[in-house]
Design a protein around this ligand. Structure first.
Ligand code: NAP
Ligand code: G3P
Length: 487
């Protein structure tokens, strides 16, 4: 269906101790574009365990000096990196479009947002302060003790990023980690590693000293277990699927984890909602980047009284979504990251159809392109009601009232975000108070930004909290120095 645009393929190298190293074993992984058949966009080294050791060792050694570099100097490197990222906007957007099939507008906004993230991280780090705590506030203690609390880095941070935001979800780990005085080893998703390596280059050009940022490429299924259980890793910041996240938490020991995992975000629509606002937010939230976002709206729970009206409005908008090749035109719906992901989404579509869900739009496939699909009358015995498709398919579940909506929303194994659409503030608080998620959006689609807000998932959606200040705090620890005044 799509033409393969050639001429951009390259062999990439890994950044290890300030040098760009090729594969010692001669083994590479070829990265093919999800758009266009057989279009090779680049090759990355399939690192061996020995090469992984070298990358982590270099981070370990560099951290000893980096931790003593003044915060203002670390922040200067971040400001520079943000500027370079903006200068390289066109190059990086181009590689992102080819590597992960993201449309141009979203690719560019991801890069610009990452530059803002990096700058804001530098600003925040410079403005963080410690505290001093008097001892005599605790019963039995006199005014001769004071605790001075400062923040210490953790050591070597392993950053593992997913394919869908290859710049943003790498930058949002690297920047807070290094500004806090840690060194970083970045293991990007294999499909997404070209972007990850570009980003490493940006930090290197900005002046990150040798070893402060290192990269590892190779399939998670081959080297993942080895990296996450490596004895020199002090902290793991992982974004990806719940399956892989759960495995990491099972096989690691005594290493703190910060994990952002899968979701099944619900848009709850109550009877007094502004239905136009709800419909446009739901469609943008569910289908952008073909639903390949952790925070995509992944189910609608609408009360019967307004269901017919809402369904009509949502259907009208979904029918207008533009499907195509992001390299050739401005499109809303792009091919999924690979054939296997499309097979999975297709399975969910098939099962919902077989079990009697009412197909309103789509239900069509061409290779890894799944056309935007909307189902009404989805019931809780269907997989589509519970599983995360990571594709452009949206189930509508009709409910009798807000309590049933809350009950179904909370039955999910996931707990990332939820939306509630209502013009009644009391209803909004009633629902928000009862939802078991990290964030509730009132009258807006589910989404992570602005990036200084806390962002977290509960249940199978994650461990810990991200967001600029929260991420810096997660990747550092309070250290108490107690002054004992001898009188
Ligand atoms: P994934 O398959 O879990 O991969 C994520 C990362 O883990 C990749 O770098 C992958 O490397 C690596 N990996 C795979 N197996 C590993 C192992 N055994 N040990 C260590 N690392 C391993 O996820 P994805 O398909 O890239 O991303 C989609 C998923 O991420 C969705 O479930 C989505 O909801 C979730 N996500 C969550 C958030 C959030 O903030 N909550 C944000 C974005 C995405 P390879 O590519 O080499 O396999
Ligand atoms: O899925 C990645 C996560 O970071 C979402 O960001 O802005 O799409 O909600 P956003």
């Amino acid at each position: 269906m799509f033409s393969c645009i050639r001429g951009k393929e390259r062999t990439f190298r890994n950044l290890v101790n300030g040098e760009w190293l090729s594969s010692e074993s001669g083994k590479f992984i070829e990265i093919y574009s999800p758009i266009g058949e057989n279009c090779l966009v680049g090759k990355v080294p399939a690192m061996t365990k020995e090469e992984v050791d070298q990358s982590i060792k270099s981070a370990k050694i560099a951290q000893n000096e980096w931790r003593n570099v003044p915060v203002s100097k670390r922040a200067d490197i971040l400001y520079k990196a943000a500027d370079i990222l903006v200068e390289k906007l066109d190059d990086i957007a181009d590689i992102m479009m080819r590597e992960i099939g993201k449309d141009r507008k979203s690719s560019e906004s991801e890069i610009l947002r990452s530059a803002d993230y990096i700058r804001f991280t530098a600003d925040t780090a410079k403005n963080l302060s410690g505290e001093s705590i008097p001892g005599d506030s605790f019963p039995g203690f006199k005014r001769n003790k004071i605790s001075i609390v400062t923040r210490e880095p953790l050591g070597v941070v392993l950053a593992i990023s997913p394919f869908n935001y290859p710049i943003n979800l790498a930058a949002s780990k690297i920047a807070p980690a290094i500004v806090a005085g840690n060194s970083v080893v970045l293991k990007p998703a294999t499909q997404g590693s070209l972007c990850g390596l570009y980003l490493a280059k940006v930090f290197e050009q900005a002046g990150a000293p040798a070893g402060v940022l290192n990269t590892i490429t190779g399939r998670g299924s081959d080297i993942g277990d080895y990296i996450v259980t490596h004895p020199e890793i002090d902290f793991i910041n992982f974004t990806g699927s719940t399956d892989v996240g759960t495995k990491i938490s099972r096989i690691t020991a005594m290493v703190p984890l910060l994990m952002e995992l899968g979701g099944k975000d619900a848009a709850i629509v109550l009877k007094d909602a502004d239905l136009d606002l709800a419909a446009s937010n739901i469609v943008a939230g569910a289908y952008s980047y073909s639903g390949q976002r952790c925070t995509a709206v992944k189910r609608i729970l609408v009360v019967n009284e307004v269901a017919d009206k809402l369904v009509e409005k949502v259907k009208e908008k979904v029918e207008k979504l533009k499907v195509g090749n992001p390299l050739e035109e401005d499109v809303d719906i792009v091919p999924l990251i690979d054939e296997r992901s499309a097979d999975f989404v297709w399975e969910l579509i098939d099962e919902a159809r077989e079990k009697g869900a009412h197909l309103l739009v789509g239900g069509k496939r061409d290779g890894n392109m799944i056309y935007p699909t909307l189902f009404d009358n989805v019931t809780t015995d269907m997989r589509l009601a519970w599983e995360e498709p990571f594709g452009p398919v949206l189930p509508i579940i009709r409910v009798k009232d807000k309590d049933e909506a809350i009950e179904i929303a909370n039955k999910s194994e996931y707990g990332l975000q939820s939306s509630v659409f209502t013009e009644n503030i009391n209803e909004a608080f009633y629902v928000a108070d009862r939802l078991e998620v990290g964030t509730v959006q009132v009258n807006n689609k589910t989404e992570r930004g602005p990036d200084h807000f806390p962002f977290s998932g509960v249940k199978a959606s994650g461990i810990g909290t991200q967001g600029i200040r929260y991420s810096i705090e997660a990747m550092s620890r309070p250290k108490a120095t107690v002054i004992n005044i001898v009188r």
